[in-house]
Design a protein around this ligand. Structure first.
Ligand SMILES: [Zn+2]
Ligand SMILES: [Zn+2]
Length: 303
């Protein structure tokens, strides 16, 4: 495919910073690719030359392990991931297995569509694990949270956003997207929450989140990597509170979310960078200076 753009994910930073084990080196990062099919090989029949496709993080599964056979291909023992074990989208051209690509819904320009492919998808999977929580907390208001907030508001949930202390810009952004309260992760929200999703890669937020969820509440860790979680007293977990992680995506998650996004409709906010400035984009993400999602633009963006 000819790459039009590729959104930047925090996972790319974890890969580049060598926080994830066993990347295939040398490696082209990037797993939120939007482009046009240039050439089709083998038995790929689901797309035609000229189609606009999206390539997500899950790049290949074996289809035969106990996870794949039970509808949990996101946990496949032999899974390979785009921009990690498979060359990704920080490039002008990319090769992808058509079985793991998605058609991009009409009405989303390329740059606005790209962040749907991981920030949106993983955010949506995380939101599902929050169950029917009415009062939803989001820790870390970046690419994923800014999409989840829109879906959560559409579903009638109440949103409470937590950011780094003194990050008033992110708090304002959260309020614009429907959060009824936004504050520092060191503050207590005005009332107990029913579920919390942690997007920031900060283990200390796990006990902090457990202290603000009500009995029966869930703390969902959405990232692939986190700093160590400090020990905490059992009493903040007691009361049937739970902590769980979210790993990767299934193709069904992708189809479900890409059908839902135009219904909401999700409006992604993006900060474009030319492909040559990939390192600057990663630095901006690392420094928390991106409002919404950074997107690398490889060529003249199409429709
Ligand atoms: Zn498998
Ligand atoms: Zn990602």
């Amino acid at each position: 495919m000819r790459v039009h753009c590729c959104a930047v994910c925090r996972t790319d930073l974890h890969v580049v910073d060598e926080e994830l084990a066993h990347p295939s080196l040398p490696l082209i990062p990037g797993h939120q690719i939007v482009g046009i099919v240039e050439k089709i090989g083998g038995r790929a029949v689901s797309f035609a030359v000229g189609d606009r496709v999206g390539v997500p993080w899950l790049g290949w599964t074996d289809g035969e392990c106990r996870y794949c056979l039970s509808g949990r291909e996101n946990l496949c023992e032999n899974a390979r991931f785009t921009g990690y074990q498979i060359n990704g989208g920080y490039a002008e051209f990319a090769l992808a297995d058509a079985r793991f690509c998605f058609p991009i819904p009409e009405g989303f320009p390329d740059l606005q569509a790209a962040p749907l492919l991981c920030a949106g998808l993983i955010g949506h999977r995380s939101l599902r694990f929050a169950g029917d929580a009415e009062r939803l907390g989001l820790y870390g208001f970046g690419a994923s949270a800014h999409i989840v907030a829109q879906v959560a508001a559409y579903e009638g949930r109440r949103i409470f956003a937590f950011t780094s202390p003194h990050d008033e810009e992110a708090q304002e952004f959260a309020r614009e997207l429907g959060a009824e309260w936004a504050g520092s992760s060191e503050e207590a929200p005005p009332e107990e929450l029913d579920a919390v999703i942690i997007f920031a890669p900060v283990g200390a937020l796990v006990p902090a989140a457990l202290r603000v969820v009500a009995r029966g509440g869930t703390v969902v860790c959405a990232g692939i990597h986190m700093s160590d979680i400090p020990s905490f007293p059992y009493e903040i977990l007691w009361g049937e509170r739970s902590v769980r992680s979210v790993a990767n995506l299934t193709r069904q998650d992708g189809l479900d979310f890409l059908a839902l996004a135009p219904e909401v409709p999700v409006r992604t906010e993006i900060v474009p960078f030319p492909l040559e400035e990939a390192n600057q984009a990663l630095d901006a993400l690392r420094g928390g200076r991106v409002r919404g999602a950074a997107v690398l633009v490889a060529a003249v963006a199409g429709a």
